[in-house]
Design a protein around this ligand. Sequence first.
Ligand code: FES
Length: 182
Amino acid sequence: MDEEFEQLTVPPDGRSPAEQPRWRQDFPIDWPQDEYLSRREFIKFLLLTSAAFSAGQLWFLVANFLRQREAAATAQVIARVDDVPVGGSLIFKYPADDSPARLLVRVDEETFVAYEQQCTHLTCPVIPHIDVGELHCPCHEGVFDLLTGRPLAGPPRRPLARVTLEVREGNVVATGIEKRTV
Ligand code: FES
């Protein structure tokens, strides 16, 4: 930096560059100092854009990892058929213990459905209303279809993620998660 200041012309008051008022440092009349500030700003810009790019890449990797983990979800028994009465429901975690809460609902003797429990609007937990065939979100009166998980009313625009199920040997088995955008 000293080298660069050596190239400067002497300011009108004759004082050194370090003693000059702030306005003259911010708006230098000397080309070398002006270029020095421009280079410094450019390097700052490069560092910030690199950091933003790296953060974006990291987020992409984490999201990819989570997607793959969900895609690789293995079959898991989540309840005995006899333990969930018609009209009953239960909360479970799938595919891992730290996964978001899922909601299993027994619609009739033969039909079970399961969804991510968080509303697709602002993540409040949805509540089954079996008598009207809907899942309600009490936060902003969101309504989803019980059999499909698709939004019917209120602010939600995206369907609930569905947990695919099978009944095997008297057990309700979760086999995967189906994320849907429409
Ligand atoms: S959080 Fe469910 S409707 Fe807003």
